[in-house]
Write a protein that binds this ligand. Structure first.
Ligand code: DLL
Length: 427
């Protein structure tokens, strides 16, 4: 059974008073850099006094994805082009992508953060990591790659796609660890079938999309691994902003580099530890693209209680949804994660689903496409559909039309992200 290790033990277990002093010092220099090097930000924060305590952060305005779009491509960078070592971009839902930049020091920080994630998850130097995150502008592939190299872990840079080849390499190279999205891990588990639990893998470092503890259990059983949740976003650095350890008791935030706040999605007021709200992140060491109070849109809670393994940095819960991907259907708020949770409790269907929202006249309609799982089930599609319908009514407080389809019919990812909602009302 993999157990948690450390990459930078002294920092990861730093007493909180010392950590907070370091954070304040770094916050002050981040703000000084924004004032000196990013005219758009300097203007925006001109009237706000420099912080003398971490609590002063609430006086600063939020930075949002729209700000990145408006300053496309390099308008929020704090260094000249010739000091950049790399750029990445994340696909926007509309129009241009959002572009982020790194100096070579930034790349080193990022590699250290990801190395902490991998070592914390229990991957040992000298072991092999099958990296099925996409390489390219997406931060997943190269982010995990550099972190593994930093930690002395051998990387198989498979990238996304070509599942047949992935299965062959998993069998032939016998890696101890894999990183990919949770939905792709489920796909691999399904394809491996009975051979899954006996494969060489011991650890999965999974993230980049919302998932739940229930999905974790299915992946762990299907591949015979422990599955840890890794979180991050390109605007802040990429994967490695936070990650669970092998203990799987919350995602440890790399707090010496990223200062977390949880705020009310409607009012923006800061919320106490333990309450669910929007995660807002401030970078503390980034040179090329410092972010001050970046509104992630991700809903979670945090705790600052020390972890069993001795880590002192704040830990966040699983992402429970997005402040903005919440579907409002006939006045009812629906989170895809709720649907997933409910489906996993029903025998005979796979956890892959798609919610299709449409409008019939003025009435919103919700179609839930699910697939039968591969197990021999004597139950008819009608039987399954009516059970799902009634469970959904209980959990979502909403009537749902259910379509039970053969295995493989719901669109799923090839190393990329699963699109669990299709809102035809906005098309
Ligand atoms: O998804 C970075 C990443 C790569 C994270 C590989 C983990 C592993 P973006 O493409 O910029 O970056 O998307 C960021 O994805 O705001 C969340 O909404 C979502 N997300 C990322 N990780 C998780 C996770 C990468 N573990 C956006 N759980 C974020 C839930 C996640 N959502």
């Amino acid at each position: 059974m993999p157990t948690t290790g450390f990459h930078q033990r002294e920092i990861e277990t730093m007493p909180r008073p010392q950590l907070e002093a370091l954070q304040l010092e770094r916050l002050q220099s981040t703000i000084a850099s924004l004032r000196a090097n990013v005219p758009v930000m300097a203007e925006r924060i001109a009237d706000v006094a420099d912080p003398t305590s971490l609590d002063d952060l609430v006086k600063f305005p939020f930075l949002r994805k729209t700000d990145l779009r408006e300053n496309y491509p390099f308008g929020l960078f704090a260094v000249p082009r010739d000091e950049l070592a790399r750029v990445h971009a994340s696909s926007g839902t509309t129009g241009k992508p959002t572009v982020v930049g790194y100096t070579s020091d930034d790349l080193q920080v990022w590699a250290d953060c990801v190395a902490r994630c991998l070592r914390g998850a229990g991957v040992e130097p000298g072991q092999m990591l099958h990296n099925a995150y996409g390489y390219g502008l997406f931060t997943g592939g190269l982010g995990l790659h550099d972190g593994a190299t930093e930690a002395g872990i051998n990387v198989i840079p498979v990238s996304g796609g070509n599942t047949e080849r992935q299965l062959m390499l998993l069998k032939d190279f016998a890696p101890e660890a894999i990183c990919c999205t949770p939905s792709y891990a489920l796909t691999l588990a399904e394809l491996l079938g009975d051979a899954g639990p006996d494969c060489s893998l011991q650890v999965g470092i999974l993230g980049a999309e919302p998932w739940s503890n229930a999905t974790r259990e299915a992946i762990e059983a299907g591949l015979g691994i422990i599955a840890v949740n890794i979180y991050g976003l390109s605007e802040v650095i990429g994967p490695g902003v936070s990650c669970e350890t092998a203990d799987r008791d919350g995602l440890v935030i790399m707090e010496d580099h990223f200062l977390p706040e949880i705020v009310d999605p409607d009012t923006g007021e800061r919320l106490p530890d333990g309450e669910v709200g929007v995660l807002v992140l401030t970078s503390l060491t980034k040179q090329a693209f410092p972010v001050l109070r970046y509104w992630t849109g991700d809903l979670c809670s945090i705790t600052r209680e020390p972890a069993v393994c001795g880590r002192t940095h704040a830990r966040m819960s699983f992402v429970l949804g997005r402040a903005d991907d919440m579907l409002v259907i006939r006045g009812v708020n629906v989170y895809p994660s709720q649907v997933e949770h409910t489906l996993l409790a029903i025998d005979g269907v796979s956890p892959h689903f798609q919610l299709v929202v449409d409008r019939d006249g003025t009435l919103d309609t919700l179609l839930l496409r699910v697939e039968r799982d591969d197990s021999e089930s004597a139950r008819s599609n009608n039987d399954l559909a009516s059970e799902i319908k009634s469970e959904m009514r209980t959990s979502l407080l909403l009537g749902v039309t259910v379509s039970v389809e053969p295995p493989g019919s719901v669109p799923r990812s090839e190393g990329g992200k699963l699109s669990r909602t299709l809102d035809k009302r906005t098309l």
